[in-house]
Design a protein around this ligand. Structure first.
Ligand SMILES: Cc1cc2nc3c(=O)[nH]c(=O)nc-3n(C[C@H](O)[C@H](O)[C@H](O)COP(=O)(O)OP(=O)(O)OC[C@H]3O[C@@H](n4cnc5c(N)ncnc54)[C@H](O)[C@@H]3O)c2cc1C
Length: 264
């Protein structure tokens, strides 16, 4: 490691006031610390958000779910209140990484980082969540703007995410056997008459909604409705783990499994 100034913030306002120049916020450190070790990030100052009470906690009022940015994946996975209205999100959280990652990593850190293979971005997009920051509210559809890119401005802090639990939701991913990141993951939602399907781990520009999957499921919310669907490989990633064609097939397979899970 190299020399860095550590600041323990006591509130969101305190954290924001300390964010100057190349400073970085630290949540669970599950991405930031390895990135610093590899010298991919070299902040002079690190501002620790993990001791800020107002960033923590889960609130479920009717079908409205609000999760503080500092809430860990393990807390979401174990939340009986979320499970009662949107079990798919608990299922997703329980399959992130390993126990260490789940007990340190946070929902705010995950969506602020916007790794193209991360699980939560697909959920946020399909659930049509709203991302609250210390400055404004951002619809998930406008939040994820590219690989490791978001609509967050310099120094802006994610404070919470909010969504209305849909009638049905399901998530399935094909995990990388080493990291458990999604080689492809699909989160499907049936809400009233409308269907949303968001794909992670596959897109060259990060998380996206699949028009092909949504159109097919809008007619009939059944896995069999996807039998005749062809997902185009254009715009999908090819890397050492899988080709774009392979991922295109995985989108369809994961979507079918996600619908099966949504329907119980
Ligand atoms: C071995 C391993 C396996 C993993 N497997 C998976 C997986 O299967 N699926 C998956 O989705 N993820 C996976 N992850 C990532 C994990 O989910 C982390 O939680 C995620 O990367 C965010 O980490 P963090 O909360 O610790 O944030 P940090 O690492 O502390 O921060 C990440 C970035 O977000 C910024 N940030 C953090 N909080 C905020 C905030 N409130 N507002 C604004 N900016 C903020 C930081 O400045 C930094 O740039 C894995 C990680 C590891 C190390």
């Amino acid at each position: 490691m190299y020399s860095v100034n550590y600041h323990r913030a006591t509130s969101v306002a305190d954290a924001a006031s300390k964010a100057k120049g190349e400073a970085k916020y630290l949540a669970g450190g599950m991405t930031l610390i390895p990135t610093m070790k590899q010298r991919l990030a070299q902040p002079g100052d690190v501002i620790d958000l993990m001791h800020i009470g107002e960033l923590k906690g889960i609130k479920v009022e009717g079908k409205v779910v609000t999760i503080g940015a500092g809430t860990t994946h393990a807390e979401v996975a174990a939340s009986a209140a979320i499970k009662a209205v949107c079990p798919a999100l608990c299922h997703l959280a329980s399959h992130i990484g390993d126990p260490h990652v789940r007990h340190r990593g946070t929902i705010g850190g995950s969506i602020a980082n916007n790794d193209p293979a991360a699980d939560y971005p697909a959920a946020m997009l399909a659930l049509d969540a709203t991302i609250a920051t210390n400055k404004r509210k951002i619809p998930a559809g406008d939040f994820f703007t590219g690989l490791f890119e978001t609509a967050l401005e310099e120094g802006e802090i994610v404070t919470a995410v909010t969504f209305v639990a849909p009638d049905k939701a399901g998530y399935e991913k094909f995990p990388n056997p080493a990291s458990r990141y999604a080689m492809t993951g699909v989160f499907v939602v049936l809400d009233g008459g409308s269907v949303r399907a968001a794909v992670t781990g596959a897109g060259e520009t990060g998380v996206f909604r699949s028009v092909e999957i949504e159109n097919a499921l809008a007619g009939k919310f059944e896995a069999s409705a996807l039998d005749a669907v062809t997902v185009p490989a254009d715009g999908l990633m090819s890397d050492m783990h899988a080709s774009a064609d392979y991922r295109a097939n995985l989108v369809k397979v994961m979507a079918k499994r996600a619908v099966g899970r949504a329907k119980g």
